[in-house]
Design a protein. Structure first.
Length: 215
């Protein structure tokens, strides 16, 4: 697939193995209110089950420098998706492998679009719904028109669209927003925090069918 696909909120080894090649598995760490939360040592075990051509992403909220370094050095993640502020005091390569999540309004109020962090610091950007109490897996869709304007305004940026994606609507999202990648969590679950293998596979099929129709 040309489209980067991230399965987020993974908690089970059998689901980790479904991450498509060239994509990523996301693990929620140190967010106790999330039904997808895992301790760091469990994530280290699950990373070993990822396909060799997939990345491991940690998903964190307002992390400390110490947590970021532990996730890179001890847990072995490739990138860290950050909700909230990125702490100061990090080295360039550490910053370069962070993925800031930019909060996108769910309805366009006609105001100024959200600011996108600079490409020289953050080569990848995550776009998710604003105002969610538990980042990752809210199932709430951001305003796709706002997301599309941001994609158009920053050509070449690797933007990953999240929020409310499902096997049924991902093709529409790709056609409307034209993101570099997509991120799904609750849309491939049978219950909060419980991934559904058939929905995971259907999501990948939907992306592949969209790409075949837009080759």
């Amino acid at each position: 697939m040309r489209t980067f696909v991230k399965f987020c909120g993974l908690t089970d080894a059998s689901h980790v193995a479904e991450v498509p090649a060239g994509g990523a598995g996301g693990f929620v760490i140190d967010v106790p209110q999330s039904p997808r939360n895992l301790p760091a040592d469990r994530v280290a075990e699950l990373i070993e089950k990822l396909p060799s051509e997939a990345e491991a992403w940690a998903v964190v909220v307002r992390p400390s420098v110490e947590l970021i370094r532990r996730l890179f050095d001890e847990v072995g993640v490739d990138r860290i998706q950050v909700y909230g502020d990125v702490p100061s005091g990090l080295e360039f390569l550490e910053v370069h492998h962070l993925v800031p999540s930019v909060p996108i309004p769910t309805t366009s109020a006609g105001g100024t679009d959200p600011a996108i962090p600079p490409a020289e610091d953050f080569p990848r950007i995550h776009l998710d719904s604003a105002g969610q109490p538990v980042p990752g897996g809210s199932g709430v869709r951001p305003d796709w028109e706002v997301c599309a304007r941001l994609v158009d305004a920053h050509p070449g940026r690797k933007m990953v669209l999240a929020g409310g994606l499902t096997p049924e609507n991902v093709a529409d999202a790709l056609a409307t927003v034209r993101p570099w990648g997509v991120d799904v969590s609750s849309g491939i679950e049978s219950a909060p925090g419980v991934k559904d293998l058939e929905k995971m596979r259907a999501f990948v099929r939907a992306v592949e069918e969209f790409e075949r129709g837009h080759a």
